[in-house]
Design a protein around this ligand. Structure first.
Ligand code: HEC
Length: 198
């Protein structure tokens, strides 16, 4: 959708103004493919405040505002921002609310995830040229059993870096791929090195 592209550009503008940190100031100057976990964590420390300020901007409409406001206070499931796969330039950091932290952080096959669990995943990317760009905040909410069997009772939502809720067809944009992880209850889990266990 054309609007999403516009929102992403607006998001960068918001980041430039909020928190006093411009995303460009956080460029590692080194390809995302070559960053160690420690270096990715340094980039994150630099953009973290601006990233959150971006997500917090503006109305959340159909997305429960408290998910976005509160997720940084939840339990972190990733020890550092990790890029899944050998050649991904997108770095991810996962947080789980109190209802679901214990169950999620076993990274089990066939996990029993309680209704009311909410998982938030922040993202940013580092290009081959070493430039950092804020990415969306991805959200999954576990709803009561039987509410949405075709998504394994997950609701999917995403917030653009500008804070605008992203108008996506979550069935194709999110659910199709997550159903490939049905042996893990629809969960992908952070890469093993980055997982924090409870
Ligand atoms: C191409 C496959 C794919 C698509 C499309 C996709 N995801 Fe994921 N998602 C994954 C994988 C793989 C993981 C685990 C990797 C990681 O977090 O490091 C994951 C993890 C997550 C997590 C953390 C919980 C978990 O599964 O461990 C959330 C929240 C999430 N995705 C939300 C979304 C939303 C919202 C969308 C749609 C806007 C979406 N995803 C689209 C593959 C996908």
């Amino acid at each position: 959708m054309a609007t999403i592209k516009v929102m992403t550009v607006a998001g960068l503008a918001v980041l430039g103004l909020s928190g006093g940190v411009r995303a460009q100031d956080c460029d590692p100057g080194k390809s995302g493919y070559d960053l160690t976990g420690e270096e990715a964590a340094e980039v994150y420390d630099c953009i973290a405040e601006g990233l959150k300020a971006g997500y917090d901007s503006g109305p959340k409409r159909w997305i429960p505002a408290e998910f976005v406001a509160d997720y940084r206070g939840w339990t972190a499931a990733s020890a550092f921002p990790a890029a899944p796969g050998m050649h991904s330039e997108r770095f991810l950091l996962t947080f789980v609310n109190d209802t679901g932290a214990e169950a999620y952080m076993q990274y089990a096959e066939d996990p029993v995830i309680p209704a009311g669990t909410v998982i938030a995943k922040e993202s940013f990317s580092v290009s081959e040229a070493g430039k950092v760009t804020p990415g969306p905040l991805f959200l999954m909410q576990k709803v009561a059993a039987g509410t949405s069997p075709e998504t394994l009772d997950w609701y999917y939502m995403a917030v653009a870096p500008s804070g605008a809720p992203m108008g996506l067809d979550v069935m194709t944009a999110c659910n199709e791929c997550h159903l490939g992880y049905d042996f893990q209850g629809g969960l992908g889990y952070p890469v093993e090195d980055a997982r924090i266990s409870n």
